[in-house]
Design a protein around this ligand. Sequence first.
Ligand code: RIB
Ligand code: CA
Length: 312
Amino acid sequence: MARKIIIDTDPGQDDAVAILLALASPDEIDLLGITAVAGNVPLALTQKNARIVCELARRRDVRVFAGCDAPLARPLVTAEHVHGKTGLDGPQLPDPTMPLADGHAVDFLIETLRREPSGSVTLVPIGPLTNIAAAFRAAPDIIPRVGQVVLMGGAYFEVGNITPAAEFNIYVDPEAADIVFRSGVDLVVMPLDVTHKALTSRSRVAAFRGMGTEVGRMVAEWTDFFERFDKEKYGAEGAPLHDPCTIAWLIRPELFTGRHINVEIELEGRHTTGMTVADWWRVSGRGANALFMGGVDDAGFYALLTERLARL
Ligand code: RIB
Ligand code: CA
């Protein structure tokens, strides 16, 4: 039985690959809709980019909703330095022709969670958590109805990528992250500790290009563009494909390892705001609120990704 999910996203090249992986896996994933949020680039672009990706997969039927255009309590911080001005820099892409779905993304989240059987819907946030937190705040009754939240965000051993202490998705809207991490939902966290072990390489990008499909070519060009930032900063061999790790976990959780621990969000630190304070060694005495992932079989991850993307 395919798992019903909603992807909340700020495309972003890696978000795009996550959406494609979900669309390529209908036996495991039933994508109820996509909710766009401001993050890597402003909302006007993330909602457009999400539709571009759906059209690339020839899935004009997927409903894409525009959500929050700014964090709950802070000015928006974007990441054009990583993703380019459009958020999907790399290949030239036509504007989408499929329309945006009517209604606000937060209303779609609330209505879907109220309508679907309790516990049957998984939320997959792969950008700042603004939409999710706004829905929880507006309609607390939906929180116990959420099956699971599987998010990309945070870091512990890997420390920060936007500040020395904080990972981008959490840093952009730490108040939203705090609402989600304290909500009591069944939470799976895919941090930089894992995604920085899921790096592209020349051969892996060649495998994308070698598919001989439009999707394979696009993914190769996106990763070629996206990797320059991480290679320069970390001297890494390739780009960390952050967001597809969430979808890969839904399809093949055995590719990943992690621990149930306590994770708090720092809101006041002068240098540490947005840090995920992960109690990996369980020294705080605080109750576990997240399955915090730490390891990945990266060869298995890329084998899955390549096999699935070749289907589109
Ligand atoms: O820190 C990585 C995360 O920030 C990814 O979700 C990437 O798309 C950006 O949103
Ligand atoms: Ca993202």
